[in-house]
Ligand binder design. Structure first.
Ligand code: FES
Length: 229
């Protein structure tokens, strides 16, 4: 898969800035689109073998609106073996409300996805990034031995736990990352994004307003990026 371009990253960052200045366009869909996740290099639907366990290189796809990035992660333990991700109750610190996260999908129940837009002030990859188990997270005091696989935003220090529903580990964010609900077809070994749960995606009044929905059921581009350290 291709490396996410600087221009693309700059565009995403600029987009979050623009959203703070210009009221979002109120284009609202009534239902979440269904999106088959496609490998941008091959043009074919992503297979489990396309995803590396604990990969420090992120896989990003846009959903449910265009230019709205999400992480796609295949999670494992410190030995690099897939771990089954359980559905858990996630608390939103800002409100005290709770919701149930989707569990992992795929042959090992280890594949999960979430919004890649930080819930604090909207930073996007590579500023917000996945740090695999055993890696230290710069400027946080989180050592390799205490990191079981976390998402951290370098903009202001928010940290999220993908093993536990992308819940909040450290602020300043007061909202977990919204989870993408994935479906997995074992007969074809393919993955689809079907909806989202959790807090509203940062910068939007609802998950389905403020932009143009991803259309169709396939062909969405997936890119990779490298950590921001
Ligand atoms: S935008 Fe991510 S911590 Fe502030």
């Amino acid at each position: 898969m291709g490396i996410i371009s600087i221009a693309a990253v700059a565009g995403l960052s600029l987009r979050s800035l623009i959203q703070n200045i210009i009221p979002p366009q109120e284009v609202t869909s009534s239902t979440f689109p269904t999106l088959t996740l496609v490998n941008s290099k091959t043009g074919q639907p992503i297979k489990t073998s396309d995803l590396t366990v604990n990969s420090p290189e992120i896989v990003v796809f846009n959903y449910p609106l265009q230019n709205e990035p999400n992480f796609l992660l295949r999670l494992g333990n410190s030995s690099g073996q897939d771990i089954a991700i359980k559905s858990v109750t996630v608390k939103i610190p800002a409100t005290g409300q709770t919701y149930t996260s989707p569990g992992g999908v795929g042959p090992y129940k280890s594949v999960v996805a979430s919004s890649a837009i930080c819930q604090h002030l909207g930073c996007v990859p590579p500023e917000i990034h996945y740090y695999p188990p055993g890696t230290s997270i710069p400027n946080t005091g989180i050592s390799g031995s205490s990191n079981h696989g976390l998402i951290h935003c370098n903009c202001h220090g928010s940290t999220y736990d993908p093993i536990n529903g992308f819940s909040v580990v450290t602020g300043p964010t007061t909202h977990p990352l919204p989870s993408v609900v994935l479906s997995y077809d074992s007969s074809s070994d393919t993955y689809k994004a079907v909806s989202m749960v959790g807090p509203t995606i940062y910068g939007h009044s609802s998950d389905l307003s403020g932009g143009s929905a991803i259309s169709g059921t396939s062909t969405e581009v997936v890119n990779e990026g490298t950590p921001s350290t």
